[in-house]
Design a protein around this ligand. Structure first.
Ligand code: ADP
Ligand code: X15
Length: 392
């Protein structure tokens, strides 16, 4: 996949329409995690250094096509300005005459942040008129919103039909790290997939089985697989309707000679709560009435040994209920193993990234993706419309 990148665009003296993903967590009107804002800064600063004037756009949350002050970009504009170290003007709206006038009034090198693009239904419908209205603000379009690249929306795909379009540094970096995992990973290649739902991860497992040497299945989704293997899982999470899918995945892995690591022991609780004491079950069989809430020490050792030998590792989804201190060990130890791995390590998915940040290990991972859904779809081998629009 070869992209047009901002290195190739002549943006001096031009108005550049930049799509970023500033869909960040807010609490009481304050940004609580600025990872996505920081991740967009290299592109924003580069364009400003080259003499561009910027019209920046993003969505925030899901206001469903309605103007709702709860979803205003105002608190994000404030944080963006602090991070950038220069004023950011917040537009009064997304499109329209008033915004048009604000764009026209911009002086060279100024930064205008449009209001939430999802205040208009045309955004998610990828309405050509809405896309044209956005495109009218710039001479060039730059997309750096990897986290939203799986959406074919007006600001992520539509505008590329009306302006010369380029990928920013973040999209370039995400593709640089994740592309080889899909096409030509350095071997041994280990994938660690966890989290709570088989339904949301089965497609990525089916894609990874084509390229991986080892696949670890942990977290709540592991129990559906253990149950189809005939093990006792107590009161652990199970997705009945995905048992056939789990069975056929295990058969496919066997046929391809891919080693699948499932939990061989567990940390269980009597109930799903953060005060439940962890009981180590030194067997794959979970007693009646118990809930599997983390992988046990023997499983942790198996996963760590696989990671230690790996040349490429991708991790998506925690190994246990890491939000509860009693059940965070599996996720923490696997995170540390990735941090110590000398191969290329890529972490994607909201909760695994949260775990990496909680344990302060982000700078020891080759690449921490800014996309949850987007990184999963990328690894599933799906075409991401926001990236396709930037291909040469
Ligand atoms: N053994 C488990 N039982 C129940 N939930 C679990 C278990 N292990 C992990 N989880 C939960 O999975 C959630 C993360 O899932 P996530 O990676 O977002 O993917 P998804 O929910 O789509 O599978 C976390 O909130 C974590 O507590
Ligand atoms: O936060 C996002 O997705 P993610 O939580 O899957 O990473 C993106 O901004 C996309 O948002 P959306 O899922 O409302 O389209």
């Amino acid at each position: 996949m070869i992209l047009n990148t901002i290195r190739e665009c002549d943006c001096a003296g031009k108005k550049v329409l930049v799509r970023v993903d500033f869909n960040v967590p807010l609490k009481d009107g304050v940004v609580t995690d600025d990872t996505r804002i920081k991740a967009a800064l290299p592109t924003v600063k580069y364009l400003l250094d080259k003499g561009a004037t910027l019209i920046v756009m993003s969505h925030f949350g899901r206001p469903k096509g309605q103007k709702n002050p709860e979803f205003s970009m105002a608190p994000i504009a404030k944080k963006f300005s602090e991070e950038l170290g220069k004023p950011v003007i917040l537009a009064s709206d997304v499109i329209g005459d008033e915004v048009g006038a604000q764009v026209k009034a911009l002086k060279a090198g100024e930064v205008l942040l449009l209001e939430n693009v999802r205040f208009y239904a045309g955004e998610e419908k990828n309405d050509p008129d809405f896309a044209k209205a956005l495109a009218s603000f710039g001479d060039i379009y730059v997309n750096d919103a990897f986290g939203t690249a799986h959406r074919a929306h007006a600001s992520t795909e539509g505008v590329s039909h009306y302006l010369p379009s380029y990928a920013g540094f973040l999209i370039e970096k995400e593709v640089k790290f994740m592309g080889p995992l899909l096409e030509n990973p350095e071997k041994p290649f280990v994938a660690i997939i966890g989290g709570s739902k088989v339904s949301s991860k089965i497609s990525v497992l089916e894609s990874l089985v084509k390229t991986c040497d080892t696949i670890v299945i942990g977290g709540g989704m592991a129990y559906t697989f253990l149950e189809v293997q005939g093990h006792k899982i107590g009161k652990s999470l199970v997705e009945e309707e995905y048992k056939d899918t789990a069975r056929s995945f295990l058969a496919k892995a066997k046929e391809k000679g891919v080693s699948v690591i499932l939990p061989v022991d567990h940390l269980c609780g009597a109930e799903f709560s953060d005060t439940t004491p962890a009981v180590t079950i030194d067997s794959v069989e979970i007693p009646d009435g118990m809930i599997g809430m983390d992988i046990g020490p023997k499983t942790v050792a198996l996963v760590c040994a696989a990671v230690e030998k790996a040349k490429s590792v991708v991790w998506n989804g925690p190994m246990g209920v890491f939000e509860f201190d009693n059940f965070a060990n599996g996720t923490l130890t696997v995170a540390k193993a990735l941090a110590a791995c000398s191969g290329t390590t890529v972490v994607g998915g909201g909760d695994s990234v949260a775990a990496i940040n909680k344990f302060d290990l982000a700078d020891k991972i080759s690449h921490v993706s800014t996309g949850g859904g987007a990184s999963l779809e990328f690894l599933e081998g799906k075409v991401l419309p926001g990236i396709k629009a930037l291909e040469k």
